[in-house]
Design a binder for this molecule. Structure first.
Ligand code: HEM
Length: 143
């Protein structure tokens, strides 16, 4: 007889944030492209990073307001490009869909995309950054 799988949660909760952060960063550490970038920057500070990321995601999806960091500054100097962000987002989406569905999954994924876009604008990379560069280049042309 087939054993039916328990239904995935559709509701956001602190427990879900913790599970997602732990599973996602366990996979990040194993990722051949992203893993080394994290290792190089964190130099063993993984516990601290996971605690920060749990607070960050609880603030984003549960509005706890406990996260007080500066994400844009943390990503400077790592030479990130749009491919890194796409890889990060693909792994994040895959992991999220394994742990939850419906409202919870859509909230995590849509917020991750928005924040990734904002980080890329801050780092002056990605499609929006190119559009800004083109816009300023064309406005610099003589009329
Ligand atoms: C493109 C690939 C990415 C890489 C390689 C990356 C790497 C890192 C690293 C190494 C840190 C720790 C910096 C430090 O403590 O000195 C960090 C911090 C952080 N990352 Fe990313 N990141 C990426 C994308 C993202 C995305 C897409 C998000 C959000 C959706 C995000 C959210 C954060 C936040 C909130 C922090 C700050 C945590 C704190 O305050 O300590 N990152 N990231």
């Amino acid at each position: 007889m087939a054993v039916s799988k328990p239904a995935l949660p559709t509701t956001l909760s602190g427990a879900l944030v913790t599970d997602l952060v732990y599973l996602f960063y366990a996979r990040i550490r194993e990722d051949e492209v992203l893993g080394p970038l994290f290792e190089e920057r964190l130099e063993g500070r993984w516990d601290e990073h996971l605690t920060q990321m749990i607070e960050f995601w609880e603030s984003v999806v549960l509005l706890t307001g406990r996260y007080r960091g500066r994400p844009h500054e943390k990503h400077r100097g790592m030479l990130l490009d749009p491919q890194h962000f796409w890889r990060w987002l693909a792994l994040f989406e895959k992991t999220t869909r394994e742990l939850c569905t419906g409202h919870a999954a859509e909230t995590f994924i849509s917020r991750a995309h928005r924040i990734a876009e904002s980080l890329q604008i801050g780092l002056n990379i990605g499609p929006k950054a190119l559009r800004l560069a083109k816009a300023s280049a064309s406005s610099a042309q003589p009329l």
